[in-house]
Write a protein that binds this ligand. Structure first.
Ligand SMILES: [Zn+2]
Ligand SMILES: [Zn+2]
Length: 185
């Protein structure tokens, strides 16, 4: 069985992030990450048991988040909305698994656009995740997870929105907003 996008017949969960045309879902058969789709790279389809449960929590512990993840990695978004929300680039774990949330009564959400919302703990204010209203895409704050310091930092998006006064030394894949749009228009 071919493991690349061209042999995939199930685009059912691939959605365009309306305004930015940013691919935010992955193929549920191949379990490929959204930004792997961009390069059409041949990828390995992980075995079902190749996932482990990861756990994170907010500063006060009122909200905890658990999800299954295959090879967790970190992405940074430099867009102005993320920087306004986070105080800097938003470092996150991108996932299409709907996380299991404990303490959901403490999760407050703000609609930051017509298509997405950003959630936080109403006790301690910790930012929890960015979530698309349609579909299951979550960008969960990397800081919730104690292990996130061991995960590879692989991708920076909206690099052209990054201000000049900081730059990560890490060598990651980078994408401008325009590049993302071009790929999907
Ligand atoms: Zn909290
Ligand atoms: Zn952003």
């Amino acid at each position: 069985m071919g493991n690349d996008l061209r042999s995939c017949d199930c685009f059912c969960r691939i959605e365009a992030w309306k305004a930015r045309k940013y691919i935010t879902s992955r193929c549920h058969k191949l379990m490929i990450q959204p930004l792997e789709l961009l390069n059409y790279l041949p990828i390995e389809a992980p075995m079902a048991n190749d996932k482990s449960m990861i756990h994170g929590n907010c500063l006060c512990g009122a909200v905890s988040i658990s999800l299954q993840q295959h090879k967790p990695s970190i992405s940074a978004c430099h867009c102005g909305i993320c920087r306004n929300w986070s105080g800097g680039p938003f470092l996150s774990l991108e996932s299409h698994e709907t996380p299991v949330i404990e303490g959901e009564e403490h999760v407050r959400s703000y609609a930051s656009s017509e298509w997405a919302e950003r959630s936080f703990c109403d006790v301690c204010g910790t930012h929890l995740f960015y979530k698309l209203k349609a579909g299951g895409f979550h960008a969960i704050s990397a800081g919730l997870f104690k292990d996130s310091g061991n995960w590879p930092f692989e991708l920076q998006v909206f690099i052209d929105d990054k201000p000049d006064n900081y730059t990560f030394a890490n060598k990651t894949r980078e994408m401008t907003g325009e590049e993302v749009v071009k790929l999907f228009s």
